[in-house]
Design a protein around this ligand. Structure first.
Ligand code: MLT
Ligand code: MN
Ligand code: ZN
Length: 304
């Protein structure tokens, strides 16, 4: 196994909740991802793994696909009888695509679980998560804007990002621009590099833009290309913004908003199955011509 002092980020799952294909979706992207001769490769749900030493890893979000994600990435395999290179798991909101994988991580394996108090409350309110034996899994509450040791050689800081309560808690008319502990972004610092992981973001505020300006690497919310894309695809009526996700295109979209922030690399993750950027068409070209990359499962970035 490769052990280095390079900071590495591994996209375990590039898709948003549901994945590509989504179990009950027959949209053109999902159909193509199901077709062995189709142009689209299936993509799993939202998660990133990071390391600063090549040996100890932290998972940013625990997706329902975590079992196959670990199997697909040899760096995360056990190195002895009962073992894992996964030293910690950090959750950025309480949505199913980011917490359900915690249930797969039962089996009396020690690791540290970092959440904000609000996200920790969601786990605490659902007794099924008690399957993570507190004698093995240490739950650690992290305050916003306070750096902490995420994994050997890497610090993280959580910060509020406009978003909303998880789908299963949102009620009739959710505030989709909540800025608090419900939805957070992550700043990672290691070996003099500054990386951001922001898989859900309702709006790129001036404050957020100032924060990420000049970063070496930003993983950003690529849920939808068009705000009304679900309606266009015929798969639903909700807009991206209603789901707490700013669109990539258009006024106030992330393609424009991220373009002039002097960021080394911007990579879209948490990409919904309806998003046309999965295809090699004009939408993907628009993102790429603005200097952004489209994430995919197994994509690895090394910062030297
Ligand atoms: C989201 O990112 O909006 C959620 O993951 C939606 C969901 O829980 O399906
Ligand atoms: Mn999601
Ligand atoms: Zn679909």
């Amino acid at each position: 196994m490769q052990e280095t002092n390079n900071v590495r980020a591994l996209v375990l799952g590039a898709a948003a909740g549901g994945g590509l294909p989504q179990w009950n979706c027959g949209c053109s992207n999902c159909r193509e991802a199901r077709d062995p001769n189709g142009a689209l490769t299936p993509q799993t749900q939202s998660s990133l793994a990071v390391t600063a030493n090549g040996r100890d890893w932290s998972l940013l979000n625990a997706s329902p696909d975590i079992r196959s994600q670990i199997e697909a990435n040899p760096a995360l395999h056990p190195r002895s009888l009962r073992d894992t290179p996964i030293a910690s798991v950090l959750v950025t909101n309480g949505d199913i695509d980011h917490i359900a994988g915690l249930l797969i991580l039962r089996e009396k394996q020690p690791f540290r679980l970092f959440t904000t108090a609000a996200i920790g409350d969601i786990l605490a309110a659902n007794p099924v998560f008690e399957v993570l034996d507190p004698n093995c899994v240490e739950r650690i509450t992290i305050a916003l804007d306070q750096p902490f040791a995420l994994v050997d050689g890497m610090e993280a800081t959580l910060f509020a990002v406009p978003g909303k309560l998880p789908l299963f808690m949102e009620g009739e008319n959710p505030d989709t621009a909540l800025e608090g502990e419900q939805t957070v972004g992550v700043e990672l610092t290691a070996s003099g590099k500054r990386i951001y992981y922001i898989p859900g973001c309702g709006r790129l505020t001036d404050r957020l833009a100032a924060r990420i300006r000049g970063a070496d690497l930003v993983f950003f919310d690529g849920t939808v290309f068009h705000d009304d894309e679900m309606a266009r695809a015929g798969t639903g009526l909700k807009t991206g913004r209603r789901m707490g996700h700013m669109p990539m295109s258009g006024e106030g979209g992330s393609i424009e908003a991220l373009k002039d922030l002097a960021i080394g690399r911007t990579i879209y993750v948490h990409i919904n199955n309806t998003n046309p950027v999965w295809q090699h068409g004009p939408e993907r070209r628009a993102a790429e011509q603005a200097g952004h990359e489209i994430g995919h499962d197994g994509m690895e970035v090394q910062l030297t």
